[in-house]
Design a protein around this ligand. Structure first.
Ligand SMILES: Cc1cc2nc3c(=O)[nH]c(=O)nc-3n(C[C@H](O)[C@H](O)[C@H](O)COP(=O)(O)O)c2cc1C
Length: 318
């Protein structure tokens, strides 16, 4: 199946399900529309003379990947899309040499997912019940994941159109983030950084990485696309901080732009759901494989031999 077909077939299948509304965005849907508009606001500076043989492999926080394209944190709709959906996503991502990132609810079968051999990351939400949050951190650490994510942007839960989804959350303080850092021995990533101020505090709290993300339009309305704040955020992070970006990335060209802004990894949210809905584990593998193929082709023509070699100066802002 070609990429366009995966998107069409998977999108139609998901829309026909009860969970189809999960593809929508918060309140006015500005964030979803703006994500595409900003991604399309950059064209590419072609540097084809002396073109290079590009490789998409990368090594990030102790994990070897065939591609800088990874799954963005999600759990909720997956079991409803396919029987054993989480296992199928894990298998598809493993075959593509990618990484699986689960969200809320934390899957009961984390250990089983880890046993498949896919690099695995799990998130906690800033539950108002902080004891419950720390217990969740302990459970995740014991399950054999590679990294742990904290959804710093879900301090008021999540919302889709007018429907409040995750509830009973409250923003974490800098001191609480430092306490989480002390409690976590694995690499720790804060998801949902969208300003210089939060980037600075994330570094101060001891994060190994951040996800620059507007939560795919599931938290606050009128948040910017990551590209609107990436440059200021990149000024705050250290050379060792891993930066992941997500929000509306659909093709290799989008991923190339994310790398150009300084991200080491690019997250795919809804596309993973489309792949699963289109053709189960094969659909997920195909989806990641084809976007990676597009990225590799473009890297060659902008003179980037590896994901870290994609420079900010290949982007032409329109
Ligand atoms: C159905 C759905 C469920 C999601 N669940 C979570 C979650 O539990 N935790 C989280 O941090 N982000 C969650 N997200 C946000 C994604 O991790 C990611 O930031 C976003 O989807 C990226 O945008 P994209 O879907 O346009 O690729 C969810 C997104 C969707 C579409």
């Amino acid at each position: 199946m070609e990429l366009t077909e995966i998107y069409e077939k998977g999108g139609a299948a998901l829309r026909a399900m009860d969970i189809g509304f999960l593809l929508d965005g918060v309140e006015t849907e500005f964030v979803k529309v703006n994500n595409r508009r900003i991604l399309d606001g950059f064209t590419l500076s072609q540097r084809c003379i002396d073109g290079v043989e590009a490789a998409t492999t990368c090594h990030v926080l102790g994990v070897d990947l065939s591609t800088p394209l990874i799954m963005s944190a999600m759990t909720m709709p997956i079991p409803a899309i396919a029987d054993d959906g989480l296992m199928k996503v894990a298998e598809g991502l493993k075959a593509a040499g990618s990484l699986m990132w689960v969200g809320t609810p934390i899957p009961q079968n984390l250990k089983e997912l880890a046993a498949i051999g896919v690099p695995l990351v799990a998130n906690v939400k800033p539950f108002q019940d902080r004891k419950k949050m720390f217990e969740a951190l302990d459970d995740i650490q014991a399950a054999g994941v590679q990294w742990i994510g904290v959804e710093i942007d879900a301090g008021q839960g999540t919302k889709i159109k007018d429907r409040q989804m995750a509830k009973d959350c409250f923003p974490l303080s800098l001191e609480e983030l430092k306490a989480i850092r002390k409690a976590v021995s694995l690499p720790l990533i804060f998801k949902g950084v969208l300003s210089r101020v939060d980037a600075k505090k994330s570094i101060e709290a001891g994060a190994d990485g951040i996800v620059v993300s507007n939560h795919g339009a599931h938290t606050l309305d009128y948040l910017p696309h990551p590209f609107q704040v990436m440059d200021e955020i990149m000024e705050e992070v250290t050379d060792n901080t891993v930066v992941v970006v997500d929000g509306g990335f659909r093709r290799g060209s989008d991923a190339l732009k994310g790398l150009a802004f300084g991200a080491s990894l690019v997250g795919l949210g809804r596309p993973i759901l489309f792949g699963l809905a289109a053709d189960e584990n094969n659909g997920v593998e195909e989806l990641v494989g084809q976007i990676t193929g597009e990225l590799k082709r473009m890297m060659c023509m902008v003179g980037a031999a590896d994901p870290g070699g994609v420079g900010r100066d290949i982007l032409i802002e329109s």
